[in-house]
Ligand binder design. Sequence first.
Ligand code: SAM
Length: 287
Amino acid sequence: MRLARRSAGLSQQELADQLGLTVQVIHRLEAGIGSVSTLLMVMAALEFRLSGLGPGTTLAERLRRVREKRGLSLEELSRRTGLSRTTIAGLERGGGTVKSLQRLLAVLAPKVRRQAPERSYWGKGDKIDRDSRFTPPDFMASIYDAFGEIDIDPCSNELSPVVARRRILPSEGGDGLADDWSGRLAFVNPPYSELLKWLKRTHEQWKAGNVETVVCLVPIRTDSPWFQQVLSVDADLFLLQGRVRFLDPRGKGQHTPFSLMLVALGTSPEQRKRYAELVSGYWVKRS
Ligand SMILES: C[S@@+](CC[C@H](N)C(=O)[O-])C[C@H]1O[C@@H](n2cnc3c(N)ncnc32)[C@H](O)[C@@H]1O
């Protein structure tokens, strides 16, 4: 919790003020002392989610479901944790203390941990390595089906499974940020470390009529003035449900640690409808 608070850039006092609590309450919680109900408030404020605990909409429900899934009665769990049955039942109703919750979790879900917070970049490796993530064939199958064959991949890689008539490859001296694009359909999954530059280039090539239609696969980063004032006027956005499992240069799959969207330029309503039939997610409605 302390790490989560610090990475949110908050002091104990600021977090306390935000939640209408005293600073002592935060101080004690970070030492593992306090009530579960306060802990839940703080977790919500810090977007601190748990993984390794099974499904459910509340912590209490998840505790009960994981106990039931493991076929443990209150008596058995009481014996294993040293907590009373009343205490466990209280935790399963959203009450109890942080100390008893920790004891329960140690037995019930020893692998519970903080879910990796949403990031908009690949974590490890240098820039080249982080940008070398390739769109998997199953994801591409829906793109081909809905939008047709790809004429150009302006930011390609010799290891990428994306099938395109023309590929601009840095290894062959090509530069998708400088060379003219061509063809009907472009598919753009660019280096995310230079996302805005690539989206601007995409928009410029499309506006110039060098490509009729473009589909970009990019992280959901929508906060730049250019995105809001220029791109969003022309683009249709499809917010993907779940994460895409990209391939790394060794062919190993890795889910993105961030949410993704399609940014589409010049697509037809029929193409968009077909895509939504094939892939979970939705097209953002235009006002
Ligand atoms: C995220 S990968 C995606 C590759 C492919 N488009 C795909 O979807 O599988 C981005 C790739 O862009 C390529 N790239 C980087 N800078 C480039 C440039 N200036 N011109 C063309 N390609 C570039 C690199 O080869 C890098 O592997």
